[in-house]
Write a protein that binds this ligand. Structure first.
Ligand SMILES: Cc1cc2nc3c(=O)[nH]c(=O)nc-3n(C[C@H](O)[C@H](O)[C@H](O)COP(=O)(O)OP(=O)(O)OC[C@H]3O[C@@H](n4cnc5c(N)ncnc54)[C@H](O)[C@@H]3O)c2cc1C
Length: 391
């Protein structure tokens, strides 16, 4: 057994790397160790979409946006298509980026190492809570253990916490393909929602790195999925002009079902804590936010579990209630059509919806009456839904 670290983090994805960085930032003298079964750089099935909210969050733990985005251009347009065919071209207040996880995650691990974190290659299989510390496989130990081993977390299972039920678990496949011709001039992140199997959607996210490649993918709820082949077939059907390679699928545990965070020395972050936005499937913002809060709690409290739970609740509690509620409503396709149409006349509504889907925003004021108005336009007055641009 190696010496007991102050903070032991298992999993060096965005949540684990952020936790390690935050712990080191809060206490530069702390011995912080970051374990991962993989060597970095390593791939991770993802849409590679990095929201501006994530970059702002990373700045708070000392990672500069220009360092992490280097080589990948800004994407200023969102091209959203609702299940019923409402199309909105939106210009978010700040640019988005698409950075392959082989690059993005390795940059965060490098930043953690530069801050003094020790990286160790280790495949964690078990944990044991002992007097004053937590040990992993009787080889590594920390006064606090941060569990950041992702969507299929081994350590979460060992803690006796079951995985999400199938209706709060999505599965998505991603690959790399040529970008759409229109992306050469003004690259846009396309999200096309599926009419005949809603809630499900395909995406095409250009890398904007000069190679003409895009990350494309398709995801749906696990409860609505028959086989992995179905994911590939739907992707090809929805984005026929973009033949993809390097296809990989992975689970997304949605935040509509979050495990309890107990008191004590074991803290769950990111996907291991089922922190993925149920409206968009985005999880990197929550990974960095929860990692930061856990890393800070680990070095500053006698009961880090209780401190982290309180901080997470203060930081994301209301937002998570709003996304859960809206995700339930948006399962009705006409509500989704009406919500998108409602943003055309009210750009501020779109900007707030973007904050809700990519960051920690709340349901925009007066969204519900506006959705009802759009709903009535279509259903009662048989008017076509509005389609247009939002700036
Ligand atoms: C197809 C797909 C598309 C997505 N698209 C987006 C997107 O565009 N934008 C977005 O924000 N989110 C997206 N997400 C969600 C996002 O990928 C996750 O929310 C994010 O990766 C969570 O980060 P994490 O650090 O918690 O877990 P991970 O990134 O999964 O990292 C976990 C780490 O733990 C390591 N590990 C696992 N088990 C062990 C073990 N037993 N011992 C040691 N190490 C271990 C792994 O090697 C890995 O490095 C997508 C997810 C999927 C599946």
């Amino acid at each position: 057994m190696t010496e007991v670290a102050d903070v032991l983090v298992v999993g060096a994805g965005p949540s684990g790397a952020s936790a390690a960085l935050a712990a080191k930032q809060a206490d530069p003298e702390a011995d912080v160790r970051l374990l991962d079964l993989a060597d970095f750089p390593r791939d991770k099935a993802c849409g590679d979409g990095i929201a501006p909210h994530t970059l702002a969050e990373l700045e708070r733990i000392g990672v500069r946006a220009e360092d992490v985005t280097k080589g990948y251009g800004p994407i200023r347009t969102l091209d959203l298509r609702s299940p019923g065919g409402v199309q909105v071209l939106a210009r978010p207040h700040a640019a988005m980026h698409v950075i392959p996880r082989t690059v993005f995650d390795a940059r965060l691990v490098e930043a953690a190492k530069a801050a003094g974190v020790t990286f160790v290659k280790h495949h964690a299989r078990n944990l044991e809570v002992q007097d004053g510390h937590v040990s992993v496989d009787n080889e590594h130990a920390g006064k606090t253990l941060i569990v950041a081993d992702g969507a299929n977390s081994t350590l979460r299972r060992k803690l006796g916490i079951p995985r999400n039920p199938d209706d709060s678990l999505a599965v998505a496949i991603r690959g790399y393909a040529p970008e759409r011709p229109e992306d050469r001039e003004d690259p846009a992140q396309l999200i096309t929602m599926q009419d005949d199997a809603w809630p499900a959607y395909a995406w095409s996210f250009p890398l904007a790195d000069g190679t003409g490649s895009a990350n494309i993918g398709y995801g749906r709820l696990r409860s609505e999925l028959h086989s992995r082949d179905q994911l590939e077939q739907e992707l090809t059907r929805l984005l026929p002009g973009q033949p993809a390679d390097r296809l990989r699928a992975h689970h997304l545990p949605l935040s509509t079902w979050r495990p309890p965070q107990p008191d004590g020395r074991v803290l769950l972050v990111g996907d291991a804590a089922s922190l993925i936005n149920p409206l968009t499937g985005e999880g990197i913002f929550y990974a960095v936010r929860s990692g930061r809060l856990a890393g800070q709690a680990a070095v500053s409290s006698a009961d880090p579990g209780a401190a982290y739970r309180k901080a997470l609740h203060a930081s994301l509690g209301r937002h998570l209630r709003h996304t859960t509620w809206l995700a339930g409503l948006s399962k009705h396709r006409s509500a989704m059509d009406a919500a998108l149409a409602a943003t055309v006349a009210r750009p501020e509504t779109m900007h707030r919806l973007i904050d809700l889907g990519l960051g920690d925003g709340l349901i925009p004021p007066r969204l519900i009456p506006r959705v009802l108005l759009q709903f009535a336009r279509r259903r009662v007055f048989r008017r076509p839904a509005r389609t247009g641009s939002v700036r």
